[in-house]
Design a protein around this ligand. Structure first.
Ligand SMILES: NC(=O)c1ccc[n+]([C@@H]2O[C@H](COP(=O)([O-])OP(=O)(O)OC[C@H]3O[C@@H](n4cnc5c(N)ncnc54)[C@H](O)[C@@H]3O)[C@@H](O)[C@H]2O)c1
Length: 266
């Protein structure tokens, strides 16, 4: 019960269609298993409800809230919903992120629309969630923010908007970490590597009209540790540590969860 008595918001607690478990859903489940009450926020209410049902089936406590992180009023309403229900907000986990599905492309191909869409969902969505969560946490004089970036922020990566937004999240996390340290608020960022999630594998298989196994095999081959992608649980366990009091002296950290992929850089 590493999160006993805490309340958490997971932004993007549903998951893309496909096989297996997404990062947001696994994190919501794990936080609930460890004693947190979890508000599952997603623009897809059906998918958030599936996550909440999985939590309830295990005896955990969860609620759902429909919000699109590109709409500030809806993001603010999710924070209000958490405090209205449970009186406090201890953990904000920003998991929402899009890449291929947002129309991202190489620099010579990128459109203004695709660039704006990916930046707005990935970076601005995170900024707006923090904008509304931080005043509550300052009032409490405690809180933990976990942002989900990507190893794409630092490794060689083909598409511009995803990379820029994910590197922006790293810089933003360091900024809010130092600006809110005096209030007892911690902010850290996880850089997942190639993970076997529906968002990463099934979305690409659909977009490129390839068999899932082919996409999965190409991704496995890129991982130094055991030649296999990580899973959503690897991200969830890292988030659990950063969200818990075990990390009480850890803030402003970039934590790769990537099976060694980042070590290739040097
Ligand atoms: N899977 C990987 O290989 C990998 C690698 C690096 C980083 N990541 C990061 O992990 C995060 C997501 O992983 P996941 O497996 O949970 O993905 P996912 O797509 O399964 O889940 C994300 C959820 O966010 C929701 N969402 C999308 N746009 C939204 C919006 N505008 N407002 C509210 N909700 C919205 C979706 O409905 C979905 O339920 C992303 O930030 C992604 O960049 C993943």
């Amino acid at each position: 019960m590493r999160l006993e008595g805490k309340t958490a918001i997971i932004m993007g607690a549903g998951q893309s269609p496909g096989q297996g478990m997404g990062n947001g859903r696994a994190t919501a489940l794990l936080f609930a298993r460890e004693g947190a009450r979890v508000l599952c926020v997603d623009r897809d209410p059906g998918s958030a409800a599936e996550t909440a049902e999985l939590i309830a089936a295990e005896g955990g406590e969860a609620a759902t809230f429909e919000a699109d992180v590109t709409r500030e009023a809806e993001v603010a309403a999710s924070v209000n919903e958490c405090t209205r229900r449970w009186g406090r907000l201890d953990i904000l986990h920003n998991n929402v992120g899009i890449s291929v599905a947002g129309g991202d492309a190489e620099v010579t191909e990128i459109t203004e629309e695709a660039f704006d869409r990916v930046m707005t969902v990935n970076l601005r969505g995170t900024v707006m969630a923090c904008k509304h969560a931080i005043p509550v946490m300052r009032e409490q004089r405690s809180g933990a923010i976990v942002n989900i970036s990507s190893i794409a922020a630092i490794e060689c990566y083909p598409w511009v908007a995803y990379k820029a937004s994910k590197m922006g999240m790293v810089a933003f996390t360091r900024q809010i970490a130092i600006q809110n340290a005096e209030y007892g608020i911690r902010a850290n960022v996880i850089l997942p590597g190639v993970m076997d999630t529906p968002m990463a594998v099934d979305t690409r298989a659909r977009a490129w009209n390839l068999p899932r196994e082919e996409v999965a095999a190409e991704r496995d081959a890129r991982v130094p540790l055991g030649g296999k992608m990580g899973t959503a649980w690897d991200v969830a366990y890292a988030a659990l540590y950063l969200a818990s009091d075990e990390a009480r002296f850890v803030t402003g950290v970039e934590l790769p969860v990537d099976g060694g992929t980042g070590c290739r850089i040097g």
